[in-house]
Ligand binder design. Structure first.
Ligand code: ARG
Length: 452
């Protein structure tokens, strides 16, 4: 029974939150005259002693005492004696664990959101350094149109900023205090739930005691945020692996963020990227795991819910590590603008620019222009030359209209990216505007505004 029932092996990670919540509860009980102030003070101080034992690593955790709540309370009673027995007035382990776990999750959100901010800054730095570097843009992983390195970096800024905002949404929603819901029905003691909620940094007490003890949406919100973020990280990790591969050579990873092979001395393996890509598996697993634990549970508390913790712990640890490793890797990687420019010019990436030119300068319908350009690409392919090298007579023949030398000016990859100044487009100046805007947002946030 103990082996299946005890959670202390893992829920000891909630000890800090448990003690903080208990101290707030004791202060409220004393303020409301439910316990006397001498007992209130003894409990609050005794809990600080327990905390210092936990921090010093001398706390005697015991599986026989089942979980962190019973461990802390029992130790408190060893230290202060009989008064400890009054702490559990007007509460239950059900509202206690719901409160502790929310506080723990809230802290992880704050840390992860900070980690994501640092990752975003690493991308802004990369984008700024190479706002005008030209690289192939892909669809289907086939070269499509040239884009700028800065633009590609900024795409990840948008993604990770959305993840941050998802985390902060979840935080806002979870910030209601279950403490005082007691076992499930509330309590007959004249408690002040506003007081404990405020002391513990919650926006308000949760409104329904049954919901308060049986709700794990906050954990699922967290895991949803974590799973989506991990999915983004895995896409980026995949690009890092591809970009660092010999066929691409767009980037070189730093020594700090690559590993050698035990047998092939020339290897520089992107292990960190691969592991980040793989962490997605266990984070998704945690989300599926908890969704499945919660599915079909009747109101209110059931012991099934004890299975929530390890899933969240593992997902939060994995995500924090993945973000930190990715931030280091992005900050340290060196892009090769010459190599990227070379590949960007490969495979007729300015064919669309030529079609657009025929539409704009010669009034052709886009469909016809698309068709004519397709024929020109095939011609260039068969001759093994670039679009710009096709003699004007051949162009005029295929397009059926006079074409002058000015067409060549749209056929370079430089002209192609510079022309894409539409909002959100890849032109270097557009990208630099975006970088400046994001920097401003982050600056404003640091000086007290809200996160973008
Ligand atoms: N260790 C338990 C958990 O994590 C605490 C709540 C226990 N409540 C109960 N009624 N047995 O869920």
């Amino acid at each position: 029974m103990e082996a299946i029932n005890a959670s202390i092996a893992f829920d000891r990670r909630l000890a800090h939150q448990d003690i903080e919540a208990s101290r707030a509860h004791a202060a409220m009980l004393a303020a409301c005259g439910i316990i006397n102030s001498t007992d209130g003070t003894a409990i609050r101080e005794g809990l600080l002693t327990v905390l210092s034992e936990i921090e010093a690593g001398t706390f005697p955790f015991s599986a026989a005492l089942e979980d962190v709540h019973m461990n802390v309370e029992t130790r408190l009673s060893d230290i202060i004696g009989e008064a400890a027995g009054r702490l559990h007035t007007a509460r239950s382990r059900n509202d206690q664990v719901a409160t502790d776990f929310r506080m723990w999750t809230r802290e992880r959100i704050d840390e992860l959101s900070d980690g994501l901010r640092q990752l975003i800054v690493a991308f802004l730095d990369q984008a700024e350094a190479g706002s005008g570097w030209i690289m192939p843009g892909f669809t289907h992983l086939q070269a499509a149109q040239p884009v700028t390195w800065g633009h590609h970096m900024m795409a990840y800024v948008e993604m990770f900023a959305r993840d941050r905002s998802r985390a902060l949404d979840a935080r806002r929603r979870m910030n209601e205090c279950p403490l005082g819901a007691a076992a499930l029905a509330g309590t007959s003691f004249p408690i002040d739930r506003e007081m404990t909620a405020e002391t513990l940094g919650f926006d308000r007490p949760s409104a329904n005691s049954l919901d308060a003890v049986s709700d794990r949406d906050f954990a699922l919100d967290f895991l949803s945020f974590a799973a989506i973020t991990a999915m983004h990280l895995s896409r980026l990790a995949e690009e890092v692996v591809v970009w660092a591969s010999p066929g691409f050579r767009f980037i070189t990873l730093s020594d700090r963020f690559s590993t050698g092979s035990s047998i092939m001395p020339q290897k520089r393996n992107p292990d960190a990227a691969e592991l980040i890509r793989a962490k997605t598996g266990r984070i998704n697993g945690s989300l599926m795991g908890l969704l499945t634990v919660m599915k079909g549970l009747p109101l209110a508390y059931s012991k099934d819910m004890q299975e929530d913790k390890e899933l969240l712990f593992d997902a939060a640890d994995s995500l924090a590590l993945a973000i930190a490793a990715m931030t280091g890797m992005v900050a340290d990687m060196t892009a090769d603008p010459v190599r990227m420019r070379t590949l960007a010019a490969d495979g007729f990436p300015t064919a669309t620019d030529l079609a657009d030119w025929l539409v704009r300068e010669r009034g052709m319908a886009f469909r016809d222009a698309h068709h004519a350009t397709g024929r020109l690409v095939r011609l260039a392919e068969s001759r093994g030359c670039e679009l710009a090298d096709i003699p004007l007579e051949d162009m005029q023949d295929i397009c059926g209209m006079p074409i002058g030398d000015s067409v060549r000016s749209v056929l370079t990859v430089e002209a192609s990216v510079s022309s894409r100044t539409s909002y959100g487009g890849t032109a270097p100046e557009t990208v630099r505007n975006q970088i400046a805007q994001w920097r401003q947002c982050l600056q404003a946030e640091m000086s007290g505004g809200t996160a973008p």
